[in-house]
Design a protein around this ligand. Structure first.
Ligand code: 5AD
Ligand code: SF4
Length: 445
């Protein structure tokens, strides 16, 4: 992109989840409309935005470190630093007291960002406004990513679940859904612009809810929305994330099974296999209910892959609770998963009311155990693909070998294969011939 000679060049860096990546595209779109220019080169920018994540203490430390790393830029010219995205109250105080940044913008205030930058320029620091109902449904995201094949679209923002460990309800606020029309229109536009796959995003997509004001009887839930998007965009591949087990309905499972363009993968964070811990986490389901849901998924959508998030070392977790998590993993044998050890987040119920009483070495030991177990399960699951001919959407060059493409199958598993005469964005049939615990290797048929 052409660099403009102006003091309005901004550079944006995203940390954390896909929601943040998608938000960076919204912020970029808003700034471009307000006369700012996107810079691809950090050194040429005079406004640097870090889209931050505060889900775990480590994520916040990463942002602090990055700010320190970038300090040197200030020596050469006048530069403004802004933190956008999720930050805890503690982080906010640190930024303000230590004068680390010129402004901060909460995820509900992005429409105010150019105003905020203007005020920061004239010396009013850290000003931000909050619109708690903001969905950005009327903003056309500016796609920064070069890969024009797959993208993300948020359908709900915020979260009402109040899991006791989670900072999201405090950083992103109450849940709000975008209108079905705006989502369907965006999907159509994406397809027209060359995208072949969209992942619908939300902290808890299954609690999507829309009621038409003029006709109170017309309620659209997540299953209706998925069905509408799939039918209106029959050639667009559709994925979604994240599902809270508490809110996932049979209706959603049936819609997934009936629509060939909805990918057969569900990310279903369990967090723990122990009812005692689930209760302390306020997860609103039991181990038994979770396992019934897994059975239902496998009955209604037999080819569906299932992934998880699991946290070790939550408050009061004993060895027997950890063993229950291990036994649940052995029962489900997930395709893959994301695993963490618990870190208390300021402002949450757990931070205020529960004791962080599992020593760090035990948290880490348990984490290592579940990571190793997951590796074994992933390997077993991947082996089951051997000999299959699977439909893969080509997304780009393999990182290890540029004679190979990489793409994903419907189960969201990465598949690499020699290019032959195929192109990025094409759907091809690939015979799976080898596997590791994370990747499938194949040949185009
Ligand atoms: N400490 C560690 N992991 C956390 N997660 C959320 N909050 C915390 C925390 N305080 C994990 C959960 C969630 C994922 C996105 O991050 O597993 O599903
Ligand atoms: Fe995403 Fe959660 Fe991190 Fe916010 S705190 S950026 S919602 S992962």
């Amino acid at each position: 992109m052409e660099e403009k000679k102006s003091n309005q060049n901004f550079y944006i860096e995203s940390y954390g989840c896909q929601m943040n990546v998608s938000d960076s595209e919204i912020v970029t779109s808003i700034l471009l409309k307000n006369g700012y220019f996107l810079s691809q080169d950090l050194k040429k920018a005079n406004i640097i935005l870090l889209n931050s994540c505060s889900i775990r203490e480590k994520a916040e430390l990463t942002i602090k470190k990055r700010l320190e790393q970038l300090e040197f830029l200030k020596k050469k010219k006048k530069i403004m630093f802004g933190i956008i995205g999720c930050f805890s109250k503690q982080m906010e105080n640190f930024l303000i007291e230590e004068k680390k940044v010129d402004f901060i913008v909460n995820p509900n205030s992005y429409k105010e960002i150019s105003n905020i930058i203007y005020h920061a320029k004239i010396g009013k620091r850290y000003l931000y406004a909050i619109n708690r109902n903001e969905t950005y449904e009327n903003i056309k995201p500016f796609h920064i990513n070069e890969n024009k094949v797959t993208t993300f679209l948020s359908i709900t923002r915020g979260c009402n679940n109040m899991c006791t460990f989670c900072i999201v309800p405090f950083t992103r606020g109450r849940e709000k859904s975008s209108s079905p029309n705006s989502i369907i229109e965006k999907c159509k536009r994406l397809y027209k612009n060359g995208y072949k796959e969209v992942t619908l995003l939300g902290q808890n997509v299954d609690s999507y809810q829309w009621t038409e004001n003029f006709n109170m009887k017309k309620n659209i839930d997540f299953s209706d929305l998925l069905n509408l998007i799939a039918k209106e965009n029959p050639f667009l591949r559709i994925r979604f994330s994240t599902s809270n087990p508490h809110d996932m309905s049979d209706k959603v499972l049936k819609v997934i099974s009936k629509n060939p363009n909805i990918c057969k993968h569900i990310h279903l964070p369990v967090q723990s296999g122990s009812n005692k811990i689930l209760k302390l986490m306020n997860r609103k389901y039991t181990r038994e209910e979770y396992l019934i849901l897994i059975k239902k998924i496998r009955t209604i959508i037999p080819e569906c892959s299932i992934s998880h998030d699991i946290m070790t070392g939550f408050c009061n977790e004993e060895e027997s609770d950890h063993q229950e998590t291990i036994s649940l993993m052995n029962e489900v044998k997930y395709d893959y998963g994301y695993m963490f050890f618990y870190s208390p987040r300021p402002g949450t119920y757990a931070y205020k009311k529960l004791e962080d009483n599992v020593p760090i070495n035990i948290k880490k030991k348990r984490l290592k155990e579940i990571i190793n177990l997951q590796k074994n399960h992933s390997y077993l699951r991947m082996k089951k693909h051997l000999g299959n001919v699977e439909e893969i959407l080509i997304e780009g060059k393999s990182k290890r070998n540029d004679q190979y493409w990489y793409g994903r199958n419907t189960q969201n598993i990465i598949v690499v294969f020699p290019k032959k005469s195929s192109k990025i964005g094409e759907l091809v049939h690939v015979k799976i011939i080898k596997n590791t615990s994370a990747t499938l290797i194949g040949l185009i048929c």
